[in-house]
Structures are given as structure tokens and as C-alpha cells.
Write a protein that binds this ligand. Structure first.
Ligand code: RAM
Length: 343
């Protein structure tokens, strides 16, 4: 496995990168330990894998927050999200470095648990965001939207796009991804309860790898010639599937929806491959996760239900049952609004 790291001393202002309502500040610096920065708190972000624009945006939000309250931002992660334990070495290294906080999106609910708990025993505050672990292995989960809301938004979209009948398939991320699996389970329940004429015929996994997702889309169309639609609840999957469909005979015939970023999906909305898809603001998610981590480190909260903390520009948040904090509602993007967004 290739180790990759990107470190930023968040207090030292460098170039400004605009996201939606958030600005990220950073410079690359590979030297020194995580606690050598100009700020007080060393916080490391560990996405499912590096090179995914979704996490680039979410982590830029985290970096912006760390800059505001003073600390050192670092991002580390595996190149690929297909190994359930692939994040373990990065967790161990962060704990050895003595970082104050670790913000993780989990590729597997159990495989990284022991490593996270060892880090916690060593004094590191562990916050999951985007994709949770087993709740016993972290202090807090920052949830982008309710799983029920995310599932229903995608089912509503595909039902509308295929006239509420026909075969659909799911193109997911890693097979063990906590977030995608929770959404798929709820989508199945929603289809069963409210869409009797839609049949879910397949679930395939692109591992949040562009090429794998592209190839799995081609294979889905081959093995299901009557497919009416694809739901891809991953930004990597939906953009790869859209790229495949956009030049295939299935363009305009097989509907595609799911969770995507406006910048990756814009050309496919404009060329008619995709009508509408959903997401939340990833920058806000990372920003909220960083402020929650700060509140834990400073001892303002412990992660108990009812705890409240201030999250900079986003205002006050309350910890809910199960140690989770909810960002908000999913948002639907279409041809009418996609140009209002840049992330
Ligand atoms: C991908 C990742 C991430 C998920 C988004 C929607 O970027 O799988 O975990 O939340 O898609």
C-alpha cells in the first residue's frame, strides 16, 4: 500500500479555494510531526480513499474550520477503498504521532474498530463522518442526512424517472461500506413498501474506483437487457456510470440517479444522460466534523445525547441519541439549479 499524506499548518494562510460558501486554505508540506504546527490542535482527516473529489471538498471544509479555531490539519488515506482494513495503518500512525483528533469515513464498520479504540486509549478523540463504524469505536458520528431521507430521495428520483415501473440495479461503492449498505437496505424497504412495480434485480460494487465503476456499469447493461434504471449512491459510481451511459445506446433509455457532486455531473445533466440526482454539502460536513472534534478535544462535549457545541458559521448543533450529529437534509440537483453550485 502506498502511504500518502498532505499536511497543512492551518493557521498560516496561503491560497484561497472557494467551495460552496466555504473557503479552504492550504499549502503542501511533507515535513515534521503532526504536532509541529502553529496551532494548538492536531487533527487528521482520513477519507475512504484519496483522489475522490467528494472528500477533497469535505476535507477542505474541515481544513477551513481548523484554520478558524487554530490547529494543524492533515489528510492521510489509502489510494483505494477496496480493502476493509486499508485504513488501519493510517490510524496507527496518527495515534503514534499523538494527534488530538482523527476524523474518519469508514470503509467497513468493524475492520478498523480495534485500531480506533487503541487510538482512543492513547488519548485521540475519534469522530466518524460520512460513513460510520460500529458506534463503540468512536466518540461521535457526523451524519450528512438521515439514512431514511437519503434512501427515500433516491427511490423517489428513480421512480419518477422510470414511470414507477421496471427493473433497477444499484451500483455501490465498497461492499462493506457502512453508509452505502445502510442506504441500500432502506431503499429496498422503500421499494417494497411503496413501489410494487419496480424490481431491484442486482447490486454491484465499484469500490469507489472510477474504472471499476465504469466496467460494472457496462456489465450491468449486458446482464440486464431490460434494465430501466440505475441508482448509484456514491459520487464516484454515479459519475463513472454517467460517463459510460453518455456514449452508449442506453443513453436516455436507462435512467441514472443517486448521489453525485454537481461538478462531476454537470456535463451529463446538460447532455441529457441524467435528469436529477441528490447530495448534501460535503464542505459543510467536513467543517462540522472538525468543530465537533474540537469540542471533544477541549472537553466542551463528551458525545452524550443533549451535548451542544458551536460549529463556526453553521451555528449550534446538538448531539443526538447514538452519539450522532445531523448536518441537515439531502438536496436534489437538476438542470434548473446545477449551475448555482461549484463543488
Ligand atoms: C462517495 C463515497 C462517500 C459517499 C458519497 C455519496 O464519495 O462513497 O462515502 O458519502 O459517495
Amino acid at each position: 500500500m502506498k502511504f500518502q499524506t498532505r499536511r497543512v499548518v492551518a493557521m498560516a494562510a496561503a491560497s484561497l479555494v472557494a467551495t460552496v460558501g466555504l473557503a479552504a486554505c492550504g499549502s503542501d508540506d511533507d515535513g515534521g510531526s503532526a504536532s509541529d504546527g502553529g496551532g494548538d490542535l492536531a487533527i487528521t482527516f482520513l477519507p475512504k480513499n484519496l483522489g475522490n473529489p467528494y472528500f477533497d471538498t469535505s476535507n477542505a471544509g474541515g481544513e477551513k474550520a481548523i484554520e478558524e479555531f487554530g490547529g494543524t490539519y492533515e489528510e492521510v488515506g489509502p489510494d483505494s477503498g477496496d480493502d476493509p482494513a486499508g485504513q488501519v495503518p493510517f490510524i496507527n500512525t496518527a495515534a503514534q504521532q499523538g494527534v488530538n483528533g482523527l476524523v474518519v469515513s469508514a470503509n467497513d464498520p468493524e475492520a478498523i474498530c480495534d485500531a480506533l479504540n487503541e487510538a482512543r486509549d492513547a488519548g485521540v478523540k475519534v469522530v466518524t463522518f460520512d460513513s460510520d463504524t460500529n458506534p463503540d469505536c468512536r466518540d461521535l458520528f457526523i451524519n450528512q442526512a438521515t439514512a431514511e431521507g437519503i434512501a427515500k430521495a433516491q427511490v423517489d428520483l428513480i421512480a419518477e424517472q422510470i414511470g414507477d415501473k421496471g427493473e433497477v440495479a444499484v451500483l455501490s461503492a465498497a461492499a462493506n461500506a457502512t453508509n452505502q449498505n445502510a442506504w441500500i437496505e432502506l431503499m429496498e424497504a422503500e421499494l417494497e413498501a411503496n413501489h410494487p412495480d419496480i424490481e431491484l434485480v442486482d447490486v454491484v460494487y465499484g469500490n469507489d474506483d472510477d474504472q471499476t465503476s465504469f466496467d460494472k456499469t457496462a456489465a450491468l447493461l449486458q446482464s440486464h437487457p431490460d434494465l430501466a434504471g440505475i441508482i448509484s449512491p456514491t459520487t464516484v459510481g454515479i459519475s463513472a456510470a454517467a460517463r459510460y451511459l453518455s456514449t452508449s445506446k442506453a443513453k436516455g433509455k436507462v435512467a441514472l440517479t443517486g448521489l453525485g457532486t454537481p461538478n462531476q455531473m454537470r456535463e451529463y445533466v446538460k447532455d441529457g444522460t441524467v435528469t436529477a440526482f441528490a447530495l448534501w454539502n460535503p464542505a459543510d460536513l467536513g467543517y462540522l466534523a472538525a468543530y465537533a472534534t474540537q469540542a471533544l478535544i477541549d472537553g466542551d462535549i463528551t458525545g452524550e445525547a443533549g451535548d451542544t457545541f458551536e460549529a463556526g458559521d453553521l451555528g449550534e448543533y446538538t448531539v443526538e441519541d447514538g452519539g450522532s450529529v445531523l448536518l441537515g437534509d439531502p438536496f436534489v440537483f437538476n438542470a434548473d439549479n446545477i449551475d448555482d453550485f461549484d463543488f
